[in-house]
Design a protein around this ligand. Structure first.
Ligand SMILES: *Cc1c(COP(=O)(O)O)cnc(C)c1O
Length: 480
């Protein structure tokens, strides 16, 4: 088709010129983080705006970049939930560290390839160091521990289960393998097992006790029963900080059972593993060192932008067993002294996610991170205390990992009425835009859940929010 194709250099120069004119806006965007507190948490796009935006097509000839940027600002970035807002108390959302932003932007600009070690050696060392550092909190031995940064808790746990399967279950026995988790385990664990082809009857979901913790007796009974039936128990997944209630499973006892019956022991600490950084709260996870692998999302409690999750293992060889494949076209860029990123996990091309965490940890220091964790635990206690001062509020799950569940429960209403009532309370507060809170379900009760891990939430934010919930509840009750 072409005798000789030459990309239009003028057009490239023009693209960089346009990028320069966007620079100022980039700085403005970074700056706007400072005033996030004054912004409404969520103004979703109107129906008309969504219709307008859906009309934008894919142009054959390029458009003016500034116009594209303005369009993105108008429809996308100003019409999204500000999950890093200090009064966004839903999900597991935290403030974003400016150092994470800096690290993230630099990583995007320089775009190191995180697959091969020798293509960016010191970035590779950063990933190794960050994994060793996090793994040290799990008590994994320095000489053998390792890990890899992946997109999120879901993929970290999936990868851990792959390593566990390969270590504990012969491939011919896959149809007989059984995995154990509690009814409070994150959906990503069930999803991972489903993706790996395990049938529903190979996944035992154990009911939790009154504290929403895995019942170790039930776990052992189930393993004994399954073994008697000729099945092969191979995996137990415990949670360090459940999404619903922040609960920490009895890791030490689960670890003992895993080792007694030769199961792979994975801990899903996507949310709660950061509590290990606090010298005060670390001992809530006693026994974590008995685990084989740990999921730890830095984009949750450690103030990182999406996505930044670490999969940590006690023995790095277990990752190699699961993920090494050596194609001929990578021979020249494979390192022998250090492990290549593509040998530690399922991904090949991937961003160097550890750099922004490195930037953050270097610039803030561990001391501040310890304080942040302690502060979150403290803030959830403030919620509890404020609720106790007011009538009709019932605590359903005590504060754990900065998370608390409660409901407004005036006498004389049925379970259904209370459920509807509490959902209505959260709807009202979200409409107002001052705070963002959603419900979850615990023992069939709709509960209002607050996750208090944002470093910028103040006591005033919390008390005002509780005041507002109380006022809304009273008004709704009067209409009932
Ligand atoms: C958030 C969460 C996950 C999922 O992590 P992603 O990073 O969203 O994929 C898994 N487990 C727990 C306990 C979580 O809180």
């Amino acid at each position: 088709m072409f005798d000789r194709f030459e990309f239009d250099k003028k057009s490239i120069d023009e693209q960089y010129r346009q990028l320069n004119s966007l620079q100022k806006r980039l700085y403005e965007a970074i700056d706007s983080h400072k005033t996030i507190r004054e912004k409404p948490i969520f103004i979703p796009p109107s129906k008309e705006e969504i219709e307008e935006f859906e009309k934008i097509g894919i142009p054959f000839e390029g458009r003016d970049a500034v116009e594209v940027e303005e369009e993105l600002m108008k429809y996308v970035f100003t019409k999204q939930a500000l999950v890093q807002h200090p009064r966004f108390f839903s999900f597991v959302a935290s403030a974003v560290s400016p150092y994470s932003l800096a690290g993230s932007i630099l990583t995007d600009i320089y775009n190191p390839n995180a697959g091969s070690f020798i293509l960016s050696p010191c970035a590779g060392i950063i990933e190794e160091k960050m994994c060793k550092w996090l793994a040290s909190y799990a008590g994994y031995p320095e000489e053998t521990s390792g890990g890899v940064f992946l997109s999120g808790g879901s993929i970290s746990t999936l990868s851990a289960i792959i390593a566990g399967r390969i270590n504990k279950l012969d491939e011919f026995d896959i149809p007989k393998g059984v995995a154990y988790l509690s009814d409070q385990a994150h959906s990503s664990v069930r999803k991972a097992l489903k993706m790996l082809g395990f049938r529903k009857d190979q996944v035992v979901i154990l009911p939790t006790n009154q504290d929403f913790k895995m019942d170790v007796k039930l776990l052992e009974d189930a393993i004994i029963k399954d073994k008697k039936e000729g099945k092969i128990p191979f995996l137990v997944v415990a949670t360090l900080g459940t999404t619903n209630t922040g609960t920490i499973d009895p890791l030490s006892d689960i670890g003992d059972i895993a080792s007694k019956y030769n199961l792979w022991f994975h801990v899903d600490g996507a949310f709660g593993a950061s509590s290990l950084i606090s010298p005060i709260y670390r001992n809530l996870s006693k026994g974590i060192e008995k685990s084989d692998s740990l999921t730890w999302d830095a984009h949750k409690w450690l103030m990182q932008t999406y996505s930044c999750s670490a999969l940590l293992v006690k023995n790095k060889q277990t990752l190699l067993d699961a993920f090494v494949e050596h194609p001929e076209y990578l021979e020249d860029v494979s390192s022998t002294d250090h492990i290549n990123g593509w040998d530690k996990g399922p991904e090949m091309s991937r961003p160097h996610r550890a750099i922004k965490l490195w930037f953050t940890v270097q610039a803030t220091g561990v001391k501040l991170l310890e304080d942040l964790i302690d502060y979150s635990f403290y803030n959830a206690k403030i919620v509890e205390q404020e609720l106790e001062k007011r009538d009709n509020w019932e605590i359903i799950s005590k504060p754990s990992c900065g998370t608390i569940n409660f409901r407004y429960a005036p006498k004389g209403l049925s379970l259904e009425q209370l459920n509807e009532f509490n959902v209505d309370i959260t709807k009202k507060i979200n409409e107002d835009g001052y705070a963002y809170i959603v419900t979850t379900t615990l023992n069939e009760m709709k509960t209002i859940r607050m996750c208090m891990i944002n470093a910028n939430s103040t006591e005033e934010d919390i008390i005002n929010t509780i005041d507002m919930l109380d006022k809304i509840a009273k008004e709704l009750l009067a209409q009932y």
